[in-house]
Write a protein that binds this ligand. Sequence first.
Ligand SMILES: [Zn+2]
Ligand SMILES: [Zn+2]
Length: 383
Amino acid sequence: MRILKWRVNVCHWTTRLGQYLNLNCQMFKLTMLSLCYNAFMSPNIILETAMEPVFWIVDHFARYMGPILMGLVLTFSSAGVIIFYLIMIPRYLVYGWHWFLPHFIFGNLLLINVIFNYTMGYLTDPGHPPQIVPEVVSICKRCIAPKPPRAHHCSVCKRCVLRMDHHCPWLNNCVGFYNHRYFFLYMVYMMCGCLYGCFMFYPLFYENFYVGKEVVFHGALYPLNMAYNYWVSKKKSYTLIAVSNGTSIKLTPPPPPTLNLTWTDHLYHHSVIFVFFLGSGCVLALGLLSLWHARLISHAETSIEVHINKNERKRLAKLGQKFVNPYDYGFKRNWQLFLGLTEGRTFWRHILLPSRHKPSGNGLQWETTTFTVDSNFDGVRIL
Ligand SMILES: [Zn+2]
Ligand SMILES: [Zn+2]
């Protein structure tokens, strides 16, 4: 009876302890949740908060990184162009003028477009909202000023930018309403120029890079080729020679003859390899970036809006509604407006050749699929 009583006491004590711990745990959880509770809390806000240190670094150091990265772009581009000219022009001239002239015109057209669009992208102001904005959608908390549709605050420039896409450290400028076309065309022409350069350089690169090596794995599989050549050289380092008495001996083959190469030969050799690798890297990086921006332009979105619209799409999908981008006028119209091919402008004259024409509109008021901008009326009209 005594044992039974003790057990009951123990059970009673442990139950109370359990209840006490459980209550305290719940209290602690409730306190923590009440401290962090926000009706607008979402995974995106948590992610943004976690990324704050990265944003801080970008905000404080991007302005110093801009001139450095711009210097790198100019240095490597100039080096690539100079090497290409010095090596390829004498080679082209050997084939005669009928071969040289078309390549000279095409290559220089690409080069002029690259230089023009990069310079204009850097020099052109992306556009900032004035003091009085005809159509206000929100107030910028940092500028304490009204914001027109599609404008966003750049934390590097510390200003609001009209139809902001992103702050480009390679251009050391914000990409917005007035210079977005220059930025995009620079990427496309640079990629085309690098592709053309790599294509023309490939036979020369092949001679210099694969010289004296057995080529089994081409192109991007080159590391496998290095391993294969290493394995073959190891295997060839000994030659088995059968001797008449039935035994065999190992002989090391004589070393390959050394070439009397001057420093200019070495420079030429390394320049060819350098330009090809630089060009192919640019083709890959700028190709992917151009495709991404082309997709955004086709859907009339900027790099910022694509994230906003994605969240809005998810939010409305939960409510059983479909999100429609109000600035999406269809593939053809989106490209026409982006490239400024309105008012009789043509692709041949205004895109394939350098042109300083401004984009359509003023960047402050935007026609939507529901509203249209009326220049005679200070505001927008419902369609
Ligand atoms: Zn602002
Ligand atoms: Zn900026």
